[in-house]
Structure formats: structure tokens, C-alpha cells
Design a protein around this ligand. Sequence first.
Ligand code: IPE
Ligand code: IPE
Ligand code: MG
Ligand code: MG
Ligand code: MG
Length: 305
Amino acid sequence: MAETAASLDRTRRRFEEALSQALPAESDWPDTLHRAMRYSLFAGGKRIRPLLVLAAAEAVGGREEDALPFACAVEMIHTYSLIHDDLPCMDDDDLRRGKPTSHKVFGEAIAILAGDALLTRAFHLLAELGSTDEATPSPSDDAPARRRLAALALLGAAAGSQGLVGGQVLDLESTGQEIHARTLERLHRAKTGALLAACVRGGALLGGGGRDDLERLERYGSAIGLGFQVVDDVLDATGDAQELGKTAGKDQDARKATYVRLFGVERARRFATELLEEAEQAIARFGPQADRLRELARLIVERRA
Ligand code: IPE
Ligand code: IPE
Ligand code: MG
Ligand code: MG
Ligand code: MG
């Protein structure tokens, strides 16, 4: 276990190095924007999503370097979504990743633009990769190229109007309303689950996974994707700002639609544990090369921040 934690840390560091290289330097024009982008990206996120991408690639026997750009793109999209989620017109939060939120430091306009630029850079990065290494295409090289394109498309769908953004709309529309459990599940799967599931699917695709592997990982991703937001709801109700790096107790104050609001802390926790079991089952047939995914699923459900 300690060994896995140390090796996760090493992977995290390799990822952060790649992430830094995937962005313009802080001093590049327009420096205010690039400072804002880096400020939020390197404020100390847990990097669960990129770690999932790399772990899914590993589970199907793929190489880390083939999945690293996708991992960077996902973290850029996730970070943009946090910057916008914290804006006064959204959740109106002052603290994120243990630091003042982007709009508190750079002002609302630059925070919005930093989010826009991170989202755009994510797709630019992946498209660039596809366009530079196809100089001498041959039929045998075709499969990786198609896989990269498919990963790009699934990321777009997960981040878009019927994924993350749609989920944020449903989140806003559900605030202060009595909503059905089915609507809440849909909301959580869209605003948070879709991107996490895309990490697993994208990583497995880029790692060269076959159809059976992809199907199993699809079930894993779907379970941990929903579980992630259920736990986020629980932590908002039970954690503190020091530990979470973001203001606690906001959901209740804002009358947000959450699992805690609908079912209470205990049932929400139990549901998250069931989802963990579902995820573990989905990948039970994988050997030790899926241990990273097992470790991450536990981390997602048992985390305290
Ligand atoms: C927080 O995500 C936002 C949600 C989708 C619940 P994380 O808990 O992964 O935040 P960071 O990246 O570690 O800051
Ligand atoms: C955020 O959900 C989901 C996205 C950013 C897409 P929350 O609003 O619950 O996330 P936190 O609690 O602010 O991190
Ligand atoms: Mg929100
Ligand atoms: Mg929020
Ligand atoms: Mg939350």
C-alpha cells in the first residue's frame, strides 16, 4: 500500500512536469492570462483525473507516454471547470485548492478568460499531436491515429453540453428545488461523472485496449464517476476548509441538490461504498496491472479531501 502511494506520487510528479511543458510560459504574452492559467493549474489539485487516465492505459498494457497528453488535457478542462464553478454567478466561492479563487486574485474577467483558454488549450494540445506525427502515414500506423481521434471526440462529448456543462446547468436549475433521486443521479453523472468516465475510457483507448477491456472499464468508470461526486457532497457536509482546501458547508447554505440533502450523510456514504464495490467488481478479471485503478477507486471513495 505504501509502495503504491509512493509510486502514485512519482507518477503525479511526472504528470505535472508534462503539464507544465504543455502550456505557454508565464512570461509569454499575454502574461496576465498565462499567470492565471498556471495559478489555478498548479494550486495543488489531487490530480485524480490524470492519474485515472494513466492507470487505465496501464491496465490494458499501454505506455504512459501515449496517454500523457490526454491526461494533461483532462486536467486543463477540469481546472477550467473549477475556475468557472467558483465565479460569483455560479457557486461564488473564495477558496479553491487551498488558495484564493482565480477571480479573487485576477478579477472576474481574467478568471473567465483563463478558463476559456484552458479549455481551448486542452483540445489544441491533442489536435496538435495528431497533426504532427502523421507526416508519413502508413496503414499500420493508422490504428493509433484513429484511437487518438476517438479519444478527442469522447473528451469533447464528456466536457460539452450533454456532459459537464449540461450538468452544471442542471445543477443551477436544481438549486433550491425538490428534485427526484433520478434527476440527482443524472445531474451528478453529467457534471462530474462524465469527465471521470472519459478519463478511464480515453486512457484505455490510448493504451490500446480491446473491446472486452473497454467494456469492463466503462462500468468501472461509470461507478467511480458517480461515486466521486457523492463523496464530494459528503465531504462538503462533513469536512472543513483546512482539509478540503475549499469552503465547507456551502451546499446546505446554497440549497444545492446533493446526495446528502436527499438521503443524509450515512446513506450517501453507503451508496458511495456500493459504487466502490461495483467498480472493483467490474475490473476483478484484470490482473495486477489494474492495481492502480483499484487504488484510485479506493482513494476516490475513502478520501478526506
Ligand atoms: C472537485 O474536484 C470538483 C468536483 C468535480 C467535485 P476534485 O476534488 O478532483 O478537485 P481537485 O482537482 O483535487 O482540486
Ligand atoms: C463541481 O461540483 C462540478 C464541476 C466543477 C463541473 P461542485 O460545485 O460540487 O464542486 P466543488 O465542491 O465546488 O469543488
Ligand atoms: Mg458547483
Ligand atoms: Mg462548487
Ligand atoms: Mg461540491
